[in-house]
Design a protein around this ligand. Sequence first.
Ligand code: ADP
Length: 262
Amino acid sequence: MEAPPKSLNHVKHIVLILSGKGGVGKSSVTTQTALTLHAQGYSVGVLDIDLTGPSLPRMFGVEERQVHQSTNGWIPVQVCPKLYLMSLGFLISNRNNSVVWRGPKKTAMIKQFLQDVCWGSESEPLDYLLIDTPPGTSDEHIAIAEELRWANPDGAIIVTTPQQVSTADVRKEINFCNKVNFEVLGIVENMSGFICPYCAECTNIFSSGGGKQLSESLALPYLGNIPIDPSFVELIELQDNNTKGKSLVELYDKCSLKPIMN
Ligand code: ADP
């Protein structure tokens, strides 16, 4: 019988972040969840399997960094102590080139990400591995499900937005989770209202409550809503300019977004 990938032996929790559509804030939710867990004292690894559009190196402000090889495999980029990131973005020489890969190549890459990356060790186990996926249910999803079949992942968080609460899309994601035995941990509604930077009042620009309705109709936990927050965008953008080198965690503390995870 095939054995589980050894690199995941020292990972306590594995959570996938999924969405039916692109641009709903899946990578942002992954980033915020990672920073929140890290702020709570956990060690966190983030794996970006959005191979054709890896955005996490930029979001974490570590675009220029490189992955190193050790005798035990690839060492993920350390964003700060106890926070690690692995992404194809670190491995491609020209970030402006598009990644046009067929399914088997994507599958091989994801296999390497799970089997050849040092995610925790006996002396320093990793509390959480968060996996940011591309939208929909594509080759990457099939590959990750295949690779995780031995790893007993905790499950998946599904991200949606109020105006894109398209039952059909979310149902497809849930259907996929059911097929591959990923428990759906719940639904998050992102970009849910706008918080005025001056008076902190929240205005529902789009419709609101769709995520909650959806979770009720599908009998799934509703994890909460995240407003549109200019300070989060600022935080992400700043990483590219004058704040390089500053701790993202320190900056995140100043951002008004409040964690949804507990
Ligand atoms: P996805 O991963 O689903 O494609 P992203 O996380 O890349 O989406 O988000 C798309 C854009 O929306 C990014 O520029 C991000 O900074 C912005 N964004 C996402 N969520 C929020 C939020 N709650 N408040 C403000 N901007 C957000």
